[in-house]
Design a protein around this ligand. Structure first.
Ligand code: ATP
Length: 225
C-alpha cells in the first residue's frame, strides 16, 4: 500500500500540526481543523496520524488504513493536509521526537504549533518528555464537548506559567507558549463511531464523511461484516 503524500505549501509561514490516532478520522476532527485554520488564518492544518500511539491502547485499524481514511476525509478541503512522517517511521510515536524533527526542518524562526483536544491535554504529563514540547514549539489546547479542565496541579501550573490569552499570539514566536481555544463544539468521538458501527448503526454524514464510511465497509473495519 502506498501512503498518500501531502505537502504543506512552500509558502507556509507557520507549521500547524494536529496529531492523533484517527481511528477513524471523524467530522469533529475535520470541522474543528477547518475552524482552526480560519481562526488563525493559517493554511494548511496538517493532521498527523500516529503509527503506534504511546499513551493509549492499540488502534483497531492499521496505521495505513487510518492514513487512507484521513486522506479521504480531507480530500475536498484545501485548508487541510496530512503529515505522514509517524506512519512511515513506525514504532512508538512520541510527539516530542516529531516536534524536534519538524523544528530541525523548518529552522529556528517559524512558529510551530501542536494542537490537541482537552482530553489529550489532561493526560499530557504521561507523555514522553512532555515538558520539552515547548522547546520545539507551542501547544494549543482545543476545548471539546464533555471534557473539562484537568485538576492536576502540576499541569495547571505549567499551563499558567506558559500561557498566552489569545491563540493568535502563538503566531508571533517560534515556541515556548500554550493557549486554549474554544471553537464550534462537535460532539463526536472515534470511540462513539466505532461503537455505532459495531452495533450495525450508520453514523450520520455530520459524524463520519461518507467516503470514510464507504472505506470502512470495504475493509470490514470495526466489526462491520
Ligand atoms: P477516541 O474516541 O478513540 O479516543 P478521538 O475521537 O478522541 O478518539 P483521536 O484521534 O484520539 O480522536 O483525536 C486526535 C486529537 O483530536 C486529540 O487531541 C483529541 O483530543 C482531538 N479531538 C478528537 N475529537 C475532537 C473533537 N470532536 N473536538 C475537538 N478535538 C477533538
Amino acid at each position: 500500500m502506498v501512503i498518500p503524500e501531502f505537502n504543506a505549501s512552500p509558502a507556509a509561514t507557520v507549521k500547524l500540526l494536529w496529531g492523533g490516532t484517527f481511528d477513524p478520522i471523524h467530522q469533529g476532527h475535520v470541522s474543528s481543523a477547518i475552524e482552526l485554520s480560519k481562526y488563525l488564518g493559517v493554511q494548511p492544518v496538517q493532521l498527523l496520524p500516529n503509527s503506534q500511539p504511546a499513551h493509549r491502547q492499540r488502534p483497531v485499524a492499521t496505521a495505513e488504513q487510518r492514513a487512507e481514511m484521513l486522506a479521504l476525509a480531507i480530500d475536498a478541503h484545501d485548508e487541510l493536509a496530512m503529515d505522514t512522517r509517524e506512519v512511515k517511521r513506525q514504532g512508538p510515536s512520541y510527539s516530542v521526537s516529531t516536534m524536534a524533527e519538524v523544528r530541525q526542518e523548518i529552522g529556528p524562526i517559524m512558529p510551530l504549533i501542536w494542537c490537541m483536544g482537552m482530553d489529550a491535554f489532561a493526560g499530557l504529563r504521561q507523555w514522553h518528555r512532555w515538558q520539552e514540547l515547548l522547546d520545539y514549539g507551542h501547544v494549543l489546547v482545543l476545548t471539546r464537548p464533555a471534557t473539562y479542565w484537568p485538576q492536576d496541579p502540576e499541569l495547571l501550573t505549567w499551563y499558567a506559567t506558559h500561557k498566552v490569552e489569545d491563540a493568535k499570539h502563538l503566531l508571533a514566536s517560534p515556541s515556548g507558549q500554550v493557549a486554549h481555544l474554544k471553537l464550534g463544539q462537535h460532539a463526536v468521538s472515534a470511540t462513539q463511531i466505532r461503537q455505532q458501527l459495531c452495533l450495525g448503526l450508520k453514523p450520520s454524514a455530520t459524524e463520519l464523511a461518507p467516503a470514510v464510511a464507504q472505506y470502512i465497509a470495504s475493509q470490514s473495519l470495526y466489526g462491520i461484516n
